[in-house]
Design a protein around this ligand. Structure first.
Ligand code: PXP
Length: 246
């Protein structure tokens, strides 16, 4: 069965737009994570960025405590964040690029160019019982390098596929790259996840990519929650306004 990890960063983005620096506020990404789990999500993904633009440190500690599925911490290979992860002990980390020099032209992590630093972090995580995934474009050289780090997983970057979705030739070319990348990774003994830009429209074609274990999806699920939830939210506010005495 293909698993779903829900990325809750965008819930925190909305909270920070109003409550930045306040220590609490709505919407609460931890409460959102529990709703996703209740709906059947197989894991929760959160990205603790070095600039803390959405998820805050308190969020990941609260998530670690309350979620019953798997916690996937997305993170840069930066000393401060590595130290936090080693203490937090998420089930898995996914190393992602945050700085320009760590990014390939296609937007994934430049594993080939940062091999020894990534291999070292991979080892430290594994020694602490944390699995490791690398977020990479479906590029043969990067997949090969990912296997050399000893990582358990790669997460194939589906951003280019999503961006080219409206152009039939482009989307089929990107889909072919994902299929080839998944085959190559599987043959090298890597487990394969995928994510970024996946939505209710483009998901059907992703079924053609072999060997996938989990999809990490955020923006489209949180966006849909706004529209499917807005009717109830409006009704609840109207209910509170009933019986105005003035
Ligand atoms: N996977 C990774 C590694 C990500 O960094 C993100 C968030 O950008 C996602 C998946 C989810 O992407 P989206 O919000 O577009 O679904």
């Amino acid at each position: 069965m293909l698993k779903l990890g829900v990325n809750i960063d965008h819930v925190a983005t909305l909270r920070e737009a109003r409550y930045r620096g306040r220590g609490a506020g709505e919407p609460d990404p931890v409460a959102a994570a529990l709703v996703c789990e209740g709906a059947g999500a197989h894991g929760i993904t959160a990205h603790l960025r070095e600039d803390r633009r959405h998820i805050q440190d308190r969020d990941i500690w609260d998530l670690r405590e309350v979620i019953q599925t798997r916690l996937n911490l997305e993170m840069a290979n930066a000393p401060e964040i590595v130290a936090i992860a080693l203490k937090l002990k998420p089930d898995i980390i996914c190393l992602v690029p945050e700085r320009r020099q760590e990014v390939t032209t296609e937007g994934g992590l430049d594993v080939a160019g940062n091999l020894s630093a990534l291999a070292e972090t991979r080892k430290r995580m594994n020694d602490t019982g944390i699995e490791v995934s690398l977020f990479i474009a479906p590029d043969p050289a990067q997949i090969e390098a990912a296997a050399r780090t000893g990582s358990q997983f790669i997460e194939l970057h589906t951003g280019a596929f999503a961006e080219h979705y409206d152009d039939e030739r482009g989307r089929m070319a990107e889909l072919d790259r994902l299929i080839a990348g998944a085959r190559q990774a599987h043959a090298l003994g890597l487990k394969v996840n995928a994510g970024h830009g996946l939505n209710y429209q483009n998901l059907a074609l992703i079924h053609r990519v072999p060997h996938l274990i989990e999809l990490n999806i955020g923006h489209s699920i949180i966006s849909r929650a706004v529209t499917v939830g807005l009717e109830t939210a409006t009704r609840q506010m109207l209910h509170l306004m009933e019986n105005y005495p003035g």
